[in-house]
Design a protein around this ligand. Structure first.
Ligand code: F6R
Length: 606
């Protein structure tokens, strides 16, 4: 997730680009850059760091003058945050800003290197800039169409051609793009907040529509060159709600971003239908070696690790220990150089997780981190890192970061199981195919929010509640319970359903609602027995199960049904209603959803 902007008009473009980018910093802030037509030439200024650093650099060095330019604020995916990897990319003839991931950039890069191109950065975007240069025939539209036919992945692109000063070209696929329409000035942007200071009128650009922007005209064409007429939309949000994409809270927005976050995390790691982690340095040979696997993390990230343990042990048949980082580091764990220690962290800065990483290195274990923030301490210090591509997560309660962590757990499990001969190539392909389908399933699951809102209305007056489940459902219910308690301040616990009768069931009364997560076919009957036990003690029972589940209506009070996928994929699907239930309970209680009391997004102290 990055932010792109563009301006063409009569005013100082630098000021407008910087103001607009400031409204997109929520999309990433590893580096920033602009390109401006300055006396007919493209002048690029960029730097690692935040937008303020770019502003300072412009004051100290050179502030381009001109009325047409493009800009970028980066959330690094390919290549560390650095000056050289910052956007724009290109040369004095063609310059590009990009939001998204070019999945086949390696193939294109190899092709261009053979043609004599020399690459400066580690980014996927530079391949687009150079491919445009390769195909350039004096006609920007035709050149862009040729490039679109070659590139795979997601993109929102802003492009300047030196031969066409005072014009900006733009196109998108699977990354957002809007065109702002003003009086004698026009804009492109990844999101509406970027333009609200200047205009409220905008067009929504659809897949592979190509935009040509000058100060007095907006031309939108399909790839055949046919002109597309569009309805001009009028933004009625204030600037703050616009940053939330029109959602009431960042948490709700981030729940809705999950299909895209999953796609951008999974797709670059699938090659010819098989998991492909080689780009992160993880080879099949290496996965054959380890004796034991430790997964260590905190909070939500640890819950992703719990799901990972069930998956790896079930499918790859490798012994996995999951632990909370603050416990693991002080329990003198038995780790050897033959073990793999996996650290999971959204921020990549959590103090206890970082300490475990260092401990694992002291024991000479191989360390692999699964991290969302590029270039963070944990990512830098690990032997291997697999980045999740969720984009910045602003709400303190983690949602999209959790589901993308799960998606990496699946890829790793499949590659591990295949490397160790526990599944055939055909089985591995089948699992991978099902994983690739998940983002679309999640899009459908987002539709059940009304049911979850109703469920929340039944929980809001409780002082305490229980989440129960078995197997993968238990691992997931830990996350459901944490989500609810951290943002609604209702006490809740997650229990293995079969363990209730060994003590905890004495708490169950009509005042203690129970949320039963029952998505695992092989364990369904067993869980239903436990559901009946709590129902018989007066609990209000809310059950989440597959749409085809067969159960006795009297055993439950309210049911949320979700699409029936393969058992192993149910945690990632079921996470969505659990997130919604927590969200709406918090809203109904009037809590500060995005900034719950006593919590911080990044926990850099022990
Ligand atoms: C809960 C939540 C926390 C984090 C935990 C670890 O919603 O977000 O439990 O998961 O503080 O943080 P990271 O993943 O940054 O290491």
């Amino acid at each position: 997730m990055c932010g792109i902007v563009g301006y063409v008009g009569k005013k100082d473009s630098v000021e407008i680009l910087l103001n607009s980018l400031a409204k997109l910093e929520y999309r990433g802030y590893d580096s920033a850059g602009i390109a401006v037509f300055d006396e007919g030439k493209i002048v690029v200024e960029k730097t690692k760091g935040r937008l303020a650093d770019l502003g300072e650099k412009l004051e100290k060095t050179y502030r381009p003058k001109g009325t047409c330019g493009i800009g970028h604020t980066r959330w690094a995916t390919h290549g560390e945050p650095s000056d050289i990897n910052s956007h724009p990319h290109g040369n004095e003839k063609i310059t590009v800003v990009h939001n998204g991931i070019i999945e086949n950039y390696n193939k294109i890069k190899t092709f261009l290197v053979e043609k004599g191109y020399v690459f400066e950065s580690e980014t996927d975007t530079e391949t687009v800039a150079k491919l445009l240069d390769y195909y350039y025939n004096g006609n920007p539209f035709e050149t862009i169409v040729k490039v679109l036919k070659e590139i795979e992945g997601s993109y929102g692109l802003g492009i300047m051609f030196a031969d066409f000063p005072e014009k900006i070209f733009a196109v998108r696929k699977d990354s957002p793009l809007i065109v702002g329409v003003g009086e004698g000035e026009n804009f492109i942007a990844s999101d509406v907040p970027a333009i609200l200071k200047y205009t409220r009128n905008y067009y929504l650009i659809e897949q592979n529509e190509i935009v040509t922007l000058s100060k007095d005209e907006v031309v939108i064409q399909d790839i055949h060159g046919d002109i597309i007429k569009k309805e001009l939309k009028v933004a009625d949000w204030d600037e703050e709600s616009a940053e939330k994409g029109g959602f009431e809270h960042f948490m709700l927005k981030e729940i809705h971003e999950q299909p895209t976050a999953l796609k951008t995390t999974i797709m670059p790691r699938v090659l010819n239908g098989m998991p492909f982690l080689e780009e992160c340095g993880i080879t099949t040979d290496m996965l054959k070696l380890y004796n034991k696997i430790f997964i260590v993390a905190c909070g939500t990230a640890m819950h992703a690790g719990m799901v990972g343990k069930y998956l790896i042990e079930r499918i790859a048949r490798v012994d996995v220990t999951v632990d909370i980082a603050s416990e693991f580091r002080y329990r003198n764990p038995i780790i050897s150089s033959k073990d793999l220690v996996i650290l999971i962290s959204q921020s990549g800065e959590t103090a206890d997780t970082k300490a475990v990483l260092r401990l694992a290195k002291e024991h000479r274990a191989t360390t692999l981190s699964i991290v969302n923030v590029k270039g963070s301490s944990i990512a830098r210090e690990s032997d291997f890192v697999i980045y999740t591509h969720a984009g910045p997560e602003i709400s303190v309660a983690s949602t999209k970061a959790y589901t993308v962590q799960l998606s990496i757990m699946y890829l790793l499990t499949f590659q591990l199981a295949y490397a160790r001969g526990k599944i055939t190539e055909e089985e591995c392909r089948e699992y991978t195919r099902k994983l690739v389908e998940l983002p679309d399933i999640i899009t459908d699951v987002l539709e059940i929010k009304d049911k979850c809102q109703y469920a929340a209305s039944k929980l809001v007056n409780a002082d305490s509640l229980l989440y129960i489940g078995r197997g993968l459902d238990y691992a997931l219910s830990m996350e459901g319970s944490l989500k609810l308690k951290e943002i609604s301040y209702i006490h809740s616990e997650s229990y293995a359903a079969g363990e209730l009768k060994h003590g905890t069931i004495s708490l169950v009364t009509e005042h203690m609602p129970v949320i039963a997560v029952a998505t695992q076919d092989d364990l369904f009957e067993k869980t239903i027995s436990n559901v009946k036990e709590v129902k018989a003690r007066g609990a209000y029972v809310l059950m989440i199960c597959k749409e085809n589940a067969d159960y006795d209506n009297d055993a439950v009070d309210f049911v949320i049904k979700i699409p029936a996928a393969d058992n192993i994929f149910m945690p990632i699907i079921t996470a969505v209603p659990l997130q919604f239930i927590a969200y709406y309970t918090s809203v109904l209680k009037g809590c500060d959803v995005d900034k719950p009391r006593n919590l911080a997004k990044s926990v850099t102290v022990e």
